[in-house]
Ligand binder design. Structure first.
Ligand SMILES: [Zn+2]
Length: 453
């Protein structure tokens, strides 16, 4: 079945200079309770939150607030310092130093560690954390001003430096760092690195924000994943100010799971895909990080709230029943109806035929395939079924049927219009078309095996 008249290509307003118009509407009251968490799990969460002893720490103003120590390096209160941390503690050979920016506030408070690229090819985190340190956001008189910060913010844009340098998800030995926490001192390379990171940096944090993207071949609508039965993670997840929170413990050996088990709050942000820069995902990440810091009372102001909040503990993977090449009609972020054609599959070996992939239910596509090659069984989308408060969600859709996320309205915070200088470039394309020289790199990356994000 061929698709009908509308242009089926997923557009998000990039490329051309005309942005997708956003429908401005008046504010609607946020939903107090989301509808997706089953009663049994909701009771578990409520019970966990009622248990005594997990109230947030009180920071006494009189307590002596000393310099913050990372390894042998000290950061004085009220200052920002970049330090290096070696992933390996060795006498000879590559120690893989990674940069850490420490904002050690003038006043006492919690230690928050914000990290990107535990998976080396997930670049939304490194981009967001670089922009977080831009002069528009960090420094005197800005949102993060060390003289007014309470507590310590440790920013680590790239955790998996060996993977980042080679543009791969994995560590140098081919293992997934985010399956090896808390790690072992005398085990394999990845496990040693995990151990060092855990013992020196993560276990000494009160809160962790871990920035990810979908694995290769897929892209995620911005979302938070957290164990909502952990009181502190629950608070941070909500404070992030995002529309979608998935209640999940995280895979075995993941930083989120181990942190939760150790009483440390940890939330995972997912937005965009591997090997790509998605401005909207970066914008939501920055917006959320600042919200969490405000929620923890580490920086001035109150966290912004989303128009509604979906708390989900279940989802549906939509899989292709055909083999061939995929054309996604409802990309990540789309609201879809039951029976709606979300993608088509065509087969170059059988031209003229096109098969529809339909959504089994009404809901929100929170992840979609970006790699067109599919075989039968290949997941092409991840759907959150939505049966209640449908109108509330629909009010926030743009003309393409894509959810307009909180934090994406307005200008990206790291860009200031008056600082942008228009420069016209005149000349010719030397050495061929501007579209050349993309193939090899992408293909090599796509051949790599990728599992769950
Ligand atoms: Zn990841």
């Amino acid at each position: 079945m061929a698709t009908s008249s509308d242009d089926p290509s997923p557009t998000d307003g990039e490329g051309d200079n005309i942005p997708v118009p956003r429908v401005k509407r008046r504010r609607h009251r946020p939903l107090k309770v989301a509808n997706q968490i089953p009663q049994r799990r909701r009771k578990e969460i409520e019970k966990a939150l009622e248990e005594p002893g997990s109230t947030p720490k009180k920071w006494s103003r009189s307590s002596d607030w000393k310099s913050h120590r990372i390894g042998r390096k000290l950061v004085k209160p009220g200052t920002i310092r970049q330090v290096e941390f070696d992933l390996m503690d060795i006498e000879i050979g590559e120690s893989w130093p990674i940069p850490i920016t420490v904002v050690h506030g003038a006043r006492p408070g919690p230690v928050v560690t914000i990290i990107g690229a535990i998976h080396g090819n997930e670049l939304i985190g490194p981009l967001a954390l670089t922009y977080l340190q831009s002069a528009n956001i960090m420094g005197e008189g800005m949102a993060i001003d060390p003289s007014s910060v309470a507590g310590t913010i440790r920013i680590i844009p790239i955790v998996n430096m060996p993977g980042y340098r080679r543009s791969t998800r994995y560590m140098s030995d081919g293992r997934d760092l985010n399956r090896f926490f808390p790690g072992k001192e005398n085990s394999n390379t990845t496990s040693r690195v995990a151990h060092r990171l855990w013992s020196q940096l993560f276990s000494t944090s009160d809160h962790i924000i871990d920035l990810h993207t979908a694995a290769l071949g897929r892209t995620n609508m911005p979302q938070i994943r957290a164990n909502l039965a952990n009181r502190l993670s629950n608070r941070s997840a909500r404070a992030f100010g995002i529309e979608l929170i998935l209640d999940s413990e995280g895979p075995k050996g993941s930083l989120r799971r181990i942190s939760d088990e150790s009483g440390i709050s940890c939330i995972t942000y997912e937005g965009g895909g591997s090997d790509e820069s998605d401005p909207e995902s970066i914008q939501v990440a920055l917006y959320g990080i600042l919200n969490v810091l405000r929620g923890l009372k580490m920086i001035p102001g109150y966290p912004s709230r989303p128009r509604f909040r979906l708390l989900a503990s279940g989802s549906v993977w939509i899989r292709s029943d055909y083999g061939g090449l995929l054309d996604v009609l409802a990309p990540a972020g789309s609201f879809v109806e039951e029976g709606e054609v979300v993608a088509t599959v065509s087969d170059p070996e059988n031209p003229g035929q096109m098969m529809d992939v339909k959504s089994p239910t009404q809901g929100l596509m929170i992840c979609s395939a970006t790699h067109p090659f599919v075989t039968t069984g290949t997941p092409i989308g991840h759907l959150i079924p939505i049966t209640k408060a449908v109108k509330t969600v629909q009010r926030r859709l743009d003309e393409e049927g894509l959810l307009v996320l909180s934090g994406t309205d307005g200008e990206p915070p790291w860009r200031e219009d008056e600082e942008i200088e228009d420069i016209s470039v005149e000349g010719v394309w030397e050495g061929g078309s501007p579209d050349a020289e993309w193939g090899d790199n992408l293909r090599a990356a796509a051949e790599e095996e990728a599992d769950e994000a």
